[in-house]
Design a protein around this ligand. Structure first.
Ligand SMILES: Nc1ncnc2c1ncn2[C@@H]1O[C@H](COP(=O)(O)OP(=O)(O)O)[C@@H](O)[C@H]1O
Ligand SMILES: [Mg+2]
Length: 329
């Protein structure tokens, strides 16, 4: 399963991503956590110290090596230099699985031991002023797009991505790479406006989007969300003293989370699991190709100096078979 958390800054994306990740890990599910937000906070939210978090390797810095590995023996991609963030896999490409050892994880993923279970974390790396609004910013997020386009994931294993919301997400195809996107929204007009914008983009690409209310304090809050979001509202996480204690530097165990909020995490998992049966590998691959061709025409052909449409392997479909038997943990 490929799951994203998006929403306005401060809505609780990182908080809910981290809790969902811990909830899955506690159930023994393999989880790859991905921090793709402009503000890199997922590491600390999963219990890393600021120093440990700052020392995380960044996907952005390892992009050339990642491309070289994924390219494998694909005859349509002549070199890593000719590979851009949207270059789709084809025959001969190396695919990633959630549970395996590979040079990409060795270089970029860091294991995190949780109070219940463990996960591996990948981070895009901090964004600098210069990154924002220009191509470099997208190349950092682009590393995630590249990985997801080469990832074969089965039922009961998860990639959970803490993303940013806003127009930057739509400059690339990243927002279409998930089985389910949770849009975290506070019960306020601003929280809802981000939902509307996201929904309108998402609709054109058949992106499955569910709203998760957050910091909901009353029936009025819930009614507000229901009225504004309608059927897209999946559930709502309450204002949480447990989260507040975490924010104050305590490390409360997951089992001490309020029962109602724990139940919300269960609802998220049920929704995520239900999305598995709706996935369409052919469409997933076609969309990867769509965004690749768009990038090729708008900037990449000129930058790389070749026609990048020639990288598309028309008969290739990214499989959705479970992780290969015998893959090392
Ligand atoms: N349900 C909640 N109850 C109490 N505080 C919350 C809750 N969700 C988020 N917060 C607090 O709100 C702030 C923003 O949350 P965060 O997850 O960092 O948002 P985002 O990642 O969307 O920017 C943090 O201080 C966090 O502790
Ligand atoms: Mg955040």
């Amino acid at each position: 399963m490929k799951i994203a958390f998006v929403g306005k800054g401060g809505s609780g994306k990182t908080t809910l991503s981290a809790l969902f990740i811990r909830h899955l890990a506690a159930a023994g599910r393999p989880v790859l956590a991905v921090d793709a937000d402009i503000n890199q906070h997922l590491g600390p939210a999963l219990g890393l110290t600021d120093d440990q978090s700052a020392a995380l390797p960044s996907l952005g810095a390892h992009l050339p090596g990642i491309k070289e590995y994924l390219r494998g023996g694909n005859p349509l991609i002549r070199s890593a230099e000719e590979m851009i963030k949207t270059t789709p896999p084809g025959r001969g490409s190396r695919l990633l699985r959630i549970v395996e050892k590979n040079p990409v994880y060795a270089a970029c993923a860091r294991p995190i031991a949780l109070d219940e279970g463990s996960v591996r974390l990948l981070a895009t790396g901090a964004f600098t002023e210069e990154d924002l609004g220009v191509a470099c910013y997208h190349s950092k997020v682009g590393a995630v797009e590249l990985l997801l386009n080469h990832l074969v994931d089965g039922r009961d294993e998860y990639v959970v991505t803490d993303m940013t919301a806003g127009s930057d997400s739509f400059a690339s195809g990243l927002f279409t790479r998930f089985d389910l996107t949770f849009l975290v929204a506070e019960p306020t007009r601003k929280g809802i406006s981000v939902y509307r914008q996201y929904r309108d983009y998402a609709q054109d690409f058949g992106v499955r989007l569910r709203v998760v209310g957050n910091k909901v304090q009353s029936q009025d809050d819930l009614d507000f969300l229901r009225r504004e979001v309608g059927e897209d509202l999946l559930t709502a996480f309450g204002h949480s003293d447990w989260v507040r204690r975490l924010e104050q530097g305590a490390q409360p165990p997951l089992r001490a989370l309020e029962a109602a909020n724990r139940a919300v995490l269960d609802e998220l998992r049920t929704a995520a699991d239900a999305a598995y049966d709706l996935r369409d590998p052919r469409r997933y691959t076609e969309q990867a190709v769509h965004f690749h061709l768009r990038n090729a025409e708008s900037w990449a052909n000129a930058k790389v100096g070749i026609d990048l449409a020639t990288q598309v392997d028309p008969d290739f479909v990214l499989g959705d078979e479970p992780a290969a038997a015998g893959a090392a943990v």
